[in-house]
Design a protein around this ligand. Structure first.
Ligand code: N01
Length: 537
């Protein structure tokens, strides 16, 4: 039986929503600083993303030596990853290990769904409500709900007519799902789809992939973790973490240094450098030249390199052509794969190009595209997430004067520093819009934001300050800054979830900030300037 830590009479300093990596570390850090804190999560276990995303082949796309907590030397020395890129079960074990190792479970209430939270002028704090009818009072509300936590369930007319099994990658059942020997369809070819397709291709009788937009995928070259590399990193893990924190995305310090411009070398040199990165594997391809994400000409060279790989891997020219993306590479998040394109050489795998043959409807036994009926036993929706805002906007969050977040964000998720929202005092958002999480090794991004929040809360308490609230002016400047950074890149040139473009009717606003080190510097500067852009009450 968990102790009920909080009552209306005994407010906690921090009510943290979400028991993923953000919520776990927020709880630990708050306790280390002598703050009282409680985590609530609707899920039945800790781990957030890695609790819910149990689809076949779910695996991290940043090397595990990097995608792991660096705040505790003993933790990073003791933990051993078995693979270069850990799979979902191992990542979930890691989250549980962190919860146990730091004694966090006594501060976590699972199966407890937040329905809303209102800022209370009388107490200058938050009153939160959970689905079980309980109320929770807190000085600060920390939303660690994750940027990719509300699955996107497109409104496919007639889907309910289909009598086979329908699964969503982001809400995969906890019981084993046996698709062996079945005819399976997958809609969606982003990171989740690419991993699901690659894994199912070798298991099911027939796999039909319904692709609306082709994806760029680079090889992970996954395998058992190299013991020599592990020893080398562990010999100076703090130094390794520090070098990664200075990288644009908070990872990748092991890669060869970037070259300045893809246009400054001969075609042969360029090809050799792309090839070197392809052989190393992972996101590093995009960092081979510093101008790939800012110069469309340089970007097209990298894009064409990958298209060349697709054409060399996929035997059927028509399938290869349909698998070649036309948008700039990196504009939608790059996929890191373990044999995705080669899956289409298997006789049991077929690609259906929804651009040429759109979905026309569903029947009891499958779906129809471009006049052709596809008979299926099961359908997997790998259709992604209502990213960054979906979870927050499904809650009844109300700031000063009853201001609803839905109204505040009607035209898009305006915010300050990716951490706060004007009109919502003492509310902090981890990995939210306006922050760098989407472009960063998310654990590195989480560690930075958690430390900033905990330090700020402690600092305000020491100063006798009760509330911190962004000003509308600071918020407007910040949103303009995030968009100005994006405008210098190729990120506005496709329909990505970064822009909210994957959800019909969602306001189109570029949400994540690119450039982790500059973001860290700005957050520190704000504090040094006496919390510039905030009103302290
Ligand atoms: O979602 P996505 P995801 N009809 O939005 C298609 C992280 N992640 O879950 O591109 C037909 O990328 C949609 O088509 P289109 C990572 O940050 C990480 O795959 O909109 N198709 C697209 O192909 C990633 O970026 C890992 O035209 C429809 C797909 O569904 C983020 O999560 C693993 C459709 C959705 O792709 C999201 O990835 C998994 C419709 N109505 C996820 N609606 C790793 O660490 C959508 N689609 C490896």
């Amino acid at each position: 039986m968990l102790p009920v830590i909080n009552t209306e009479a005994q407010p906690v300093d921090l009510l943290i929503v979400g028991a993923g990596f953000g919520g776990l570390y927020m709880l630990h850090r708050a306790r280390q600083q002598g703050l009282s804190a409680l985590v609530i999560d609707a899920a039945g276990g800790v781990g957030g993303t890695w609790y819910h995303n149990r689809y076949p082949g779910a695996r991290v796309d940043i090397q595990s030596l990097e995608y792991s907590f660096g705040f505790d030397e003993a933790l990073q020395q003791d933990w051993h990853w078995t693979e270069r890129y850990a799979g979902q079960p191992e990542l979930l074990r890691y989250a549980n290990h962190v919860a146990d190792r730091f004694g966090l479970r006594s501060g976590i209430l699972l199966d407890t769904r937040l329905t809303g939270a209102h800022f209370d002028e009388a107490t200058q704090g938050w009153m939160a409500f959970t689905a079980d009818g309980r109320r929770w009072q807190a000085r600060f509300l920390v939303m660690a709900t994750g940027p990719l936590s509300t699955p996107n369930q497109p409104d496919f007319p007639g889907l309910s007519d289909f009598k086979g099994q329908v699964l969503h990658t982001a809400a995969w059942p906890h019981q084993p799902v046996d698709l062996a020997g079945l005819r399976v369809g997958v809609i969606g070819t982003g990171s989740s789809g690419v991993q699901t397709i690659t894994t199912l291709a070798g298991e099911v009788a027939q796999l039909t992939v319904f692709q609306r937009t082709a994806s760029y995928a680079v090889p992970a070259h996954n395998g058992p973790l190299d013991a020599a590399l592990e020893a080398q990193v562990k010999a100076d893990y703090p130094g390794f973490r520090e070098r990664n924190r200075r990288m644009m995305g908070g990872f990748g310090s092991m890669l060869p240094p970037n070259r300045a411009s893809a246009l400054s070398v001969t075609p042969e040199e360029r090809q050799a450098i792309f090839e070197e990165r392809w052989q190393i594997g992972g996101f590093g391809l995009l960092g081979s030249f510093s101008d790939l994400i800012v110069n469309p000409v340089a970007n097209e060279m990298a894009a064409e390199f990958v298209r060349g790989k697709i054409r060399s891997i996929v035997h059927d020219p028509a399938t290869a052509a349909a698998l070649c993306p036309s948008h700039p590479i990196g504009c939608k998040r790059l996929c890191v794969d373990t044999g995705y394109y080669a899956s289409f050489n298997r006789p049991n795998v077929r690609l259906v190009d929804l651009q040429a043959a759109p979905i026309e409807g569903f029947t009891a036994t499958g779906l129809v595209t471009g006049g052709e009926a596809h008979t299926l036993d099961a359908l997997v929706l790998a259709t992604g997430f209502d990213a960054m805002t979906g979870t927050l906007l499904r809650l009844d969050l109300r700031g000063r004067g009853g201001l609803r977040l839905q109204d505040k964000w009607e035209a898009g998720p305006i915010n300050y520093l990716g951490l706060t929202v004007a009109g919502f005092p003492n509310l902090f958002n981890i990995s939210g819009p306006g922050a760098t999480a989407a472009f960063t090794n998310v654990i590195v991004a989480i560690e930075h934001q958690v430390q900033w929040i905990a330090d700020t809360v402690s600092d305000l308490a020491a100063r006798g300050v009760r509330t911190i609230e962004a000003t509308p002016e600071a918020e407007a400047d910040w949103v303009a800054h995030v968009n100005a950074v994006a405008a210098r890149t190729i990120y506005l040139n496709c329909n990505s979830w970064y822009l909210g473009a994957n959800i019909p009717g969602k306001p189109r606003m570029f949400m994540p900030l690119f450039g982790f080190p500059a973001y860290v510097a700005r957050c520190a500067e704000v504090v040094q300037q006496g919390y510039a852009g905030f009103v302290l009450g």
